[in-house]
Design a protein around this ligand. Structure first.
Ligand SMILES: [Zn+2]
Ligand SMILES: [Zn+2]
Length: 465
């Protein structure tokens, strides 16, 4: 596989003399397999120059797949300027996670309404196919693409592309699930030594990869004031990549306030950090124009049970003729299930009425019906009466703590598998570990943001179905 960076900036395009080396265009990476399959990871402003190059070099109609991590501006603003969309005969498949309340097609059409852009999406002459992806293994153009949710205040997918005996993993935008990565010993003895199941899943996802492209927007000094904004530090990216046996790590999604010398310093600090820890990962910061041939992986993706169950057979479009250019709804790969992800009944258990109100606001906006309880006994009584689809559970409550409630739920056959998202201010390693050992499905720490909680609940609903 060949990988080329066309956009490396996060948040907003940042052109100018201070960003000439690392680049000012927002997220866009081109991945090409030896068989000629073309994947475009995110469609930030870097997609303009990529599109122009594809059109210039094309000897036949362009077939390409855009894999969107999510639809925040810095990942879609290059789409209206992507030249292959303006050429009849080209076929562009746009994949991404389901948006909140709107389909992927609606979200991308929205930024091209005449108020914002002179050409509407329906006027584009190329064939454009939209695919909403869920977590799981997808076969697209004969290539294995594995998708997994990231931790970001929006439904966001990371992608692992496996072809030519190599694996390229793209993980933007993402932030650590837990302030502590490893159990107290700080010694890595397999993935089990990672405290939070979310971080463990994240590390396993990149296991043995040839190349990992990871969000590293903030320095460790900046991160505390940017918590819950959905981005990582180079330290976290280096640690998980090293633990996962990744061969090469490229840091990207550079912050707009970081000029070239600042990003160069991050690169140096990341290399020093990796060396200090005794790891052998090759680390650098992405720059526009960085072009590299990816070597073989040391291990293919080891699907865990939940993902293996969702593996679908190859439904690649191949060369089947497409007669309807507006075709948007026929699945090519597993689709996110709209009914599954919204309209569920969720019980919020917290003694703080403000937290219950905030959680309810977050989840009703996502189409769910909320029920509330202010303590453990009331929650257990409500569950016995009318089983919810998911529980959001505080830990520190008078009378009966959340861990006690969780223990009772897991001991009963009816509620043994009920998804439980712990929502607590307790972010110490011991309590996080206790939460997972007692069977928490996810563990979210306060303070939280509305889109963050909504995304985590949706990921849980999809995973536990
Ligand atoms: Zn971003
Ligand atoms: Zn984002």
């Amino acid at each position: 596989m060949q990988v080329r960076f066309w956009g490396t900036r996060g948040s907003i395009a940042t052109p100018g003399p201070a960003t000439i080396h690392f680049g000012g265009n927002t997220a866009c990476v081109e991945v090409t397999t030896s068989a000629g399959a073309c994947f475009i990871l995110d469609c930030g402003t870097g997609a303009r120059a990529l599109g122009a190059a594809l059109v210039t070099n094309a000897t036949k109609p362009i077939v390409a797949t855009i894999l969107l991590s999510h639809t925040h501006w810095d990942h879609i603003q290059g789409f209206p300027f992507f030249a292959p969309l303006f050429v009849p005969g080209n076929r562009i498949t746009v994949c991404g996670p389901e948006g909140s309340g709107q389909s992927l097609r609606e979200v991308l059409s929205g930024q091209m309404e005449f108020t914002y852009f002179p050409v509407e999406i329906a006027q584009l002459p190329a064939t454009i196919i939209f695919r909403e992806l869920g977590e799981g293994i997808h076969l697209i153009d004969g290539v294995k693409i594995i998708a997994q949710y990231l931790n970001h205040p929006a439904m966001t997918l990371g992608y692992r592309i496996e072809a030519d005996g190599a694996a390229v993993v793209y993980l933007c935008d993402h932030e650590p699930f837990s302030p502590t990565l490893l159990h107290d010993s700080q010694e890595f003895s397999g993935f089990e030594s990672i405290v939070h199941e979310g971080d463990r899943r994240h590390a396993q996802f990149m296991a043995g990869a040839s190349l990992v492209i990871h969000d590293a927007q903030y320095t460790p000094e900046e991160y505390p004031s940017k918590k819950n904004w959905g981005h990582s530090t180079y330290e976290y990216a280096a640690e998980v990549a090293a633990l996962a046996g990744v061969q090469q790590l490229i840091l990207t999604h550079h912050d707009p306030i970081h000029d070239d010398s600042f990003v160069a310093d991050i690169e140096k600090r990341a290399r020093d950090y990796v060396r200090e820890l005794g790891y052998e990962v090759d680390v650098c910061c992405a720059y526009e124009g960085l072009d590299l041939a990816v070597g073989p992986y040391s291990a293919p993706y080891l699907a865990d049970k939940t993902l293996a169950d969702k593996t679908l057979e190859d439904k690649t479009l191949g060369d089947k003729p497409l007669t309807d250019k507006s075709q948007t709804d026929k699945p090519l790969a597993p689709q996110a299930d709209h009914d599954l992800l919204r309209g569920r009944r969720i019980l919020v258990v917290d003694d703080d009425p403000d937290i219950r109100a905030l959680a309810s606001l977050a989840l009703t906006q996502d189409g769910h019906t909320m029920i509330e309880a202010s303590n453990g006994p009331d929650a257990l009584a409500l569950i016995a009466e009318q089983m919810p689809d998911l529980l959001v559970l505080d830990l520190q409550m008078p009378e009966q703590g959340g861990l006690e409630v969780l223990k009772i739920l897991r001991s009963k056959p009816d509620t043994a598998a009920l998804p439980v998202v712990v929502l607590t201010a307790m972010d110490d390693e011991e309590t996080i570990r206790a939460g997972f050992e007692l069977g928490a499905t996810d563990y979210v720490t306060k303070p939280f943001s509305i889109p963050q909680l909504a995304a985590r609940v949706r990921a849980c609903l999809q995973r536990t179905e």
